[in-house]
Design a protein around this ligand. Sequence first.
Ligand code: ADP
Length: 352
Amino acid sequence: MAGISFRNVSKRYGNTVAVQNASFDIQPGEFFCFFGPPLSGKSTILKLMLGLETPDEGEVLIDGRPVNHISPGHRNVAMVFQNLALFPHMTAAENVRFPLVERKVPEATIRARVDAVAAKLHIAHLLHKLPAHLSGGERQRVAIARALVRDPVAYLMDDPISALDARLREETRVELKRIQRELGQTLIYVTHDQEEAMSVADRMAILEHGEIRQIGAPVDIYDRPASRYVAQLLGAPMMNIMAAAPSGRPETGEGTILLPAEQMSGNVAGVGIRPEDLKVEPWAEGHAGRPATVYEVEPLGGYTVVTLDTGSQKLRALLRGQPDIRIDSRVALSCNPERVHFFGAAGEALRP
Ligand code: ADP
């Protein structure tokens, strides 16, 4: 088990900057996610860890040792393949032993390693089965067992479950988190799915155009995003952002969402409110909240997403259950001032 660190690592392909000045320390045993939109540099970071690419600048360290000039075969970092692909014509046992057979490891050693790994992952009773006869979670355990037989210092996964259907993805996600905790091994995971990143990671790094914008525990980043970009990348529906009027109050059309004046400095260019923090009440004369019209209602069963038209923009609210809200009705919007986010002109978060 090892930690992996980058020190000011950059990687370019011709004129394309794939990774720019990246620095981080992944702790041994940590479940660490790289999250960002497509082409933000996530896969390149994994390739730099594996040794499939060499940095143009900076240093990659595994377990504190510089590895820039160490070949992939000598880094002992395992890649668990996309979609957890197993060879369909081989039993689980044959799949798991494959990396050792390939390396011409003696048969007795292979048997001992496969038995040990199968016990660790609780799959001994599945070893005789073909992948088609395993559940999603079981397939995942077998795929991880196949990586584990090599006894790597860390595991990397590049968007491993994005191609699975939604239900299988949920099952696989839970299983993966559980396995990582049981094994206590360093797991480095790439995803472009915010819900997945939030749900599995101990900590995550958020990427934009090859640059790391924020590193932290998912809920800390969610509650204290460093920028508007990060704020809107996490959470669904995404955070509402209102322009701040020159007076320092959010742009309103008519009425305002009440905020204590001391929170509004002249630097505020954007005011952010997460959909679950927006309070929607029936309109009543004299209500202090901001008036709006209900534009559309999306009942999701446990939650309802309501789109509200304030006259100047549309805001979205996430309400519990199935509230009785009619389209085109007048409502008043308000928000707990402590849950409001402020952003400067460059999108940087401003802390009151
Ligand atoms: P992600 O994994 O977030 O989708 P990548 O790391 O694959 O992003 O890509 C980051 C940037 O580097 C993109 O602009 C991509 O086009 C470019 N890139 C990645 N690999 C190569 C390559 N082998 N040759 C040229 N450009 C590449």
